[in-house]
Ligand binder design. Structure first.
Ligand code: ATP
Ligand code: MG
Length: 276
């Protein structure tokens, strides 16, 4: 599941780590792939990601096996993280000249043999090659939408990119899930945005929305998800509920990576050109 929205600060990382922890607490085996040079997901999961740590950069650029960089997340059984370090900031440019530059993450995931129920990929706030790698590797896209003015602006570009990737490199890909984040039920604006998103996307929007919660924003500074930091808080309960919705409606379809389609060089060329 690719957690993407090129708008910054809408709750991608918060959603990735808290949904992942919720799914793991439900008993699933979950891998979080941190694909953002900021490394926020690694921080929030309490996973070491200083400059020398083997990271997703080594996987994408140096073709290191994913199994050599994945770390268990402290305190949550069944939860694992492929960390990002600051090296990843250069990957966007370094990838350009590499063979199969759009499908390097997909190949790494295909070669990863550990049993997993879910893989969640936290994307950076851009639509560059890192996000394209996530879209090529994934089966479905989860878009967190912050309940603020301008929430839908720019989404068209993301949706067009999802269509391009589906057309050229990954026929499985679809937007399966929209999650409303930082919802403040006291403001009319939040409910107007929520209505607009529900009218636009319909069934893809989870019934559960995530409230604005101080506990959610505090948890990363302790290297924890809100699920372990304050399990009884409204933020923890809402992420737990959102995860339950995802699991129950079968959104997290097991992704049979062996049968995933890998596009040829020409297709990849066209794809990148189409996006420029
Ligand atoms: P970026 O685009 O920089 O990667 P992002 O989309 O990953 O950002 P987050 O880092 O998850 O967004 O969230 C942005 C900020 O909002 C963070 O400080 C986070 O702690 C805070 N935040 C996220 N969700 C909530 C919430 N439900 N309640 C309160 N604060 C929140
Ligand atoms: Mg983030």
């Amino acid at each position: 599941m690719v957690v993407a929205n090129q708008k910054g600060g809408v709750g991608k990382t918060t959603t990735t780590v808290n949904l992942a922890a919720s799914l793991a607490l439900h008993g699933a085996r979950v891998l979080v792939i941190d694909l953002d040079p900021q490394g926020n997901a690694s921080t929030a999961l309490g996973v070491d990601h200083h400059a020398e740590v083997p990271s997703i950069y080594d996987v994408l650029v140096e073709s290191k096996p994913l199994s050599e960089i994945v770390q268990p997340v402290p305190d949550v059984e069944g939860l694992f993280c492929a960390p990002a370090t600051i090296d990843l900031a250069g990957a966007e440019i370094e990838l350009v000249s590499l063979v199969a530059r759009e499908s390097r993450l997909q190949r790494a995931i295909q070669a990863y043999e550990q049993p997993l129920d879910y893989i969640l990929i936290d994307c950076p706030p851009s639509l560059g090659l890192l996000t394209v790698n996530a879209l090529v590797a994934g089966a479905e896209v989860l878009i967190p939408i912050q309940c603020e003015y301008y929430a839908l602006e720019g989404l068209g570009q993301l949706l067009r990119n999802v269509d391009l990737v589906r057309g050229h490199l990954n026929p499985l890909l679809h937007v399966s899930t929209i999650l409303l984040t930082m919802y403040d039920g006291r403001t009319r604006l939040a409910s107007q945005v929520a209505d607009e998103v529900r009218n636009h996307f319909g069934d893809e929007v989870l019934r559960t929305s995530i409230p604005r919660s101080v506990r959610i924003s505090e948890a990363p500074s302790y290297g924890q998800t809100v699920l372990t930091y304050d399990p009884g808080s409204s933020g923890a309960l809402s992420y737990f509920e959102a995860a339950r919705e995802i699991a129950l409606r079968g959104v997290g379809v097991r992704y049979d990576v062996q049968h995933a389609h890998v596009g040829g060089q020409n297709e990849q060329q066209n794809l990148t050109e189409g996006m420029q």
